[in-house]
Design a protein around this ligand. Structure first.
Ligand SMILES: [Zn+2]
Length: 295
């Protein structure tokens, strides 16, 4: 039986990305041209054509402005999960602010989607060894899993020695912490960890390499991959931010015109599903509504 992989999307706009934080300030966000709704609809169509259900980690900022988009994602059978409210890294929040943010985004998305929000992804994979308290607060807020660790070395994020596959970061012998961390996929290759879970790397590498890496993971290790992308990565016509250093420009705009076709081929090459269906136990069925007795 083929291994099923998790397809995930971080629903945010092109100007929310960490690479732009020095170039587009937060108070400019509302004056920018929004592209996130149209680009997410493109992804929804792509998934629908391949009959794939995915997990959407939706930014609260986006949900507040496009509530119907959240409803469409849920109605089409996808998992709605949280990407926090304002795209602030967990490393830049104190525990009180973090708890408020994860509670607010959970409630907002549950109200809009009518489904329980079980998962959370931190902005810029910003949970690691130095802020393990974040896992405790996620559990306290009622989340069942986090997908916030990229176990590689990287300039913006990374916890290079973290386990490569799902683990319970706070479970000790004496405690029964149940929050599961589901890291982004890497491949171990001659002692190196290669990132192969999507994002900029997927646009940088030739498609053949990405397909090969996931096949290695599925066939040799028998593990499910966790792949991620952003709606703006399918949008070569997005407004250009001016004054960016060459390195930032190259990373953000690289191969945007190839992404839709590459994703189409990636989806066709493997079996995919929502993250919760692969890694979490199924939710108990909701009890049928009680019919009031006839008087
Ligand atoms: Zn993000």
């Amino acid at each position: 039986m083929p291994v099923t992989n998790a397809f995930t999307i971080d629903v945010e706009d092109y100007f929310h990305v960490a690479l732009f934080e020095k170039h587009v300030s937060r108070n400019q966000w509302d004056a920018m041209e929004y592209r996130v709704e149209g680009n997410t609809d493109t992804l929804l169509e792509l998934l629908d054509r391949q009959n794939v259900h995915a997990t959407f980690f939706i930014l609260g900022w986006v949900a507040e402005r496009f509530p119907n988009l959240v409803r469409r994602i849920a109605t089409q059978g996808h998992e709605v999960a949280s990407h926090g409210m304002h795209h602030v890294r967990a490393t830049e929040q104190n525990p009180e602010d973090f708890l408020q943010d994860i509670l607010a985004s959970k409630h907002l998305l549950e109200d809009l989607s009518g489904q329980p929000v079980r998962g959370y992804r931190a902005s810029t994979y910003s949970i690691g060894r130095n802020n393990m308290w974040a896992f405790d607060l996620l559990e306290k807020a009622g989340y069942e899993y986090s997908s916030s660790v990229y176990p590689i070395r990287h300039d913006l994020y990374g916890w290079p020695k973290a386990p490569r596959f799902p683990f319970y970061p706070r479970k000790k012998e004496a405690s029964n912490a149940t929050l599961l961390e589901v890291p982004i996929t890497t491949l171990e290759w001659f002692g190196m960890r290669l990132p192969c879970g999507g994002g900029g790397y997927f646009r940088l590498y030739p498609l053949a390499f990405s397909l090969w890496a996931l096949r290695q993971l599925n066939q040799n290790e028998g593990q499910s991959a966790v792949f991620y992308c952003h709606p703006w990565e399918l949008d070569p016509d997005q407004p250009r931010i001016t004054g960016l250093p060459g390195r930032v420009r190259l990373r953000h705009y690289l191969n945007l015109h190839k992404t839709a076709n590459r994703l189409h081929r990636l989806l066709a090459s493997f079996q995919w599903d929502r993250l919760d269906r692969i890694f979490l136990p199924p939710l108990p069925p909701t009890p049928p509504e009680r019919v009031p007795p006839l008087s």
